[in-house]
Ligand binder design. Sequence first.
Ligand code: BDR
Ligand code: CA
Length: 310
Amino acid sequence: MASPVLIDTDPGIDDALALLLAWSSPEISVEAVTTVAGNVPVEQGMVNVFRLLALRQPTPRPVIAMGAAEPLARALVTGQRYHGEDGLGDLANWPETPKPPLEPDAVSVIIDQARRSQRLLTLVALGPLTNLALTLKADAGAVSLIGRIVAMGGAVDVPGNVTPTAEFNMYVDPEAAHRVLAARLPLHLVPLDATRQAVLPRAGIKSALRRATGPLAERIVAFTERGFRIDHASGAQGLVLHDPLALALAIDPTLAEWEPVRLVIGPEGETQRTSGEPNCRIAKGIDANRFLRLFLDRLCPALPRRRASS
Ligand code: BDR
Ligand code: CA
């Protein structure tokens, strides 16, 4: 039976790829998608979720809920320089999408899913941890029912990507990250230490998508172009698949080696080791080839062949 998953996200080019991967993964059932301010303002994140839903039309159709518009205690810093003004590479011609709701209700959706699925639920957090921190404040008992939290964030033994020592998701809302780490949750953190090994060469995506031509494949090539360009310019050998790796590790944790650690969050979102009882485990080495195969095989499923007409 497919395991229930809730994805909390700030889409985002790599978040979009993670959602598409999730919707093509039979091991999981995406019950809900909640958005949070991060790469883009939260209203734009909602637009992007609706765009991706229209493009992929997953079944079951997840519950969609808008979350926090601001980090807990500081002004939002977005990732639009990387992801584009709209978060998905600023392409034209997306289909019209419904208007985002006026009121955020991600917290109540997370509580509802946690209570409904009990220990079976995996929450995959692909953006700043604001929504999870707010849910802890609203109903810590419900959060304690979540079976596993897989979160992309942090730079433990490697340099950061926003400052020399901080990774984006942690930098945007360190107060939220601090509360989550203090809550003794089953937290599986996927930091830059692991995601920088998950690099998709440009040729890889082109050849994999060639066998699945159509509007979905064309959009994927188009909205990833900006990410490829910027990652190449900063010295990577392709597109760094931060959020897809976190999603893949929620499906198959054996794709990484894990280390139990105790982390503290510094004032600018630094994730520093400290002594004492572990408060999370972090992904370190990954099986990059096996991850890339899984990602590319699923990203854009080959269209079923048409029956020859008789
Ligand atoms: C993280 O920051 C965002 O830009 C990406 O979507 C990812 O979640 C990587 O640091
Ligand atoms: Ca993200």
